[in-house]
Design a protein around this ligand. Structure first.
Ligand code: BDR
Ligand code: CA
Length: 315
């Protein structure tokens, strides 16, 4: 299995990414780290503990990361700029969660990630599904970890339109300086952006398949997807909610489910209307060196098979 650390901001789709990573035998989930994004850090961390407790994921350490983007501008945290509308006040609205039984690690996310990277017998893949703050701080303050990172497979960005703004995707928009640091790090990057995650729509048919599993966890997932459906319909008029974050995990499980093309990706930092945009040069017109594999296709039925199997496996 591929050893990974999942860095997330749960978040409905982050929660499903945790389930997929924990359940699928092709993945060895070494740790879950949290970052502010869809909600404040305290809430995304609580939510990671909630979903792990509900799913019986008791053997994966959970560590808390950064509460603010690199710019230090707390009002740029995702909870303030739309996360709350999409994911609700708790960041994981919909189901009623019990008190989490899974504890929080005593070390912070950056320390834990560094320790795991330096001690694991093989290079580890980082899977960020929230703003890139934790990963940027890690690379900036502990560059010795770089040879121990196999690849960064992230959910974020878009080659086409954004969602936080017309130009920028939410995770990148929350902390563009962090994204810039990561995309210029020289590490291998796979970018799973809105271009394909908007194809991962949790339709009624998908919800029916999950409900048919007939377990408390399956019921909880349906409640999550039902809330997520209501906000995506209200805000964007989507017929069903896109399950962005598990797409990055799916890429690692089966590369055929998510295909990519190499391209140069630049992060817009200063644009008046385009801050946080991922500028993807598919045709090499800028002459900038390729720094990422950019996802361009999603095998939608296979993706949902992975999700349904994961929930069944943990049920
Ligand atoms: C991303 O933003 C968040 O709302 C989701 O969790 C996902 O990571 C999609 O733009
Ligand atoms: Ca997320």
């Amino acid at each position: 299995p591929t050893p990974i650390i999942l860095d997330c901001d749960p978040g409905h789709d982050d929660a499903l990414a945790i389930l997929l990573a924990a359940a699928n035998p092709a993945i060895d989930l070494l740790a879950i780290t949290t970052v502010a994004g869809n909600q404040t850090l305290a809430r995304t961390t609580l939510n990671a503990r909630r979903i792990c407790s509900a799913a019986g994921i008791t053997d994966v350490p959970i560590a808390e990361g950064r509460a603010e983007p690199l710019s230090g501008n707390a009002s740029a945290v995702g909870a303030e700029i739309g996360g709350v509308e999409v994911h609700g006040e708790s960041g994981l609205d919909g189901p009623r969660f019990g008190e989490p039984t899974v504890e929080l690690s005593t070390v912070d996310a950056i320390t834990l990630t560094r320790e795991i990277l330096l001690s694991h017998e093989e290079p580890v893949t980082l899977v960020p599904t929230g703003p890139l703050t934790n990963i940027a701080v890690l690379l900036r303050d502990h560059p010795e970890v770089k040879p121990h990172i196999a690849r960064i497979v992230l959910m974020g960005g878009a080659a086409g339109l954004g969602n936080a703004t017309p130009a920028a995707e939410f995770n990148i928009y929350c902390d563009p300086e962090a994204a810039e640091l990561v995309f210029t790090s020289g590490l291998p990057i796979t970018m799973c952006g809105l271009d394909i995650t908007h194809l991962a729509l949790a339709t009624q048919e998908v919800c029916d398949r999950i409900a048919a599993i007939g377990s408390p966890l399956a019921e909880l997932c349906v409640e999550l997807l039902t809330f997520f459906a209501s906000t995506y319909k209200a805000i964007w008029g989507f017929p069903a909610p896109p399950l962005h974050d598990p797409v990055a995990v799916a890429r690692l499980i089966d590369p055929a489910v998510v295909t990519t093309v190499p391209a140069a990706v630049a992060i817009e930092l200063t644009g008046e209307h385009t801050r946080g945009a991922t500028v993807v040069d598919f045709h090499g017109v800028t002459g900038r060196p390729v720094n990422a594999e950019v996802a361009t296709t999603l095998d939608v039925p296979s993706f949902w098979d992975l999700i349904v199997s994961a929930i069944a496996e943990l049920s």
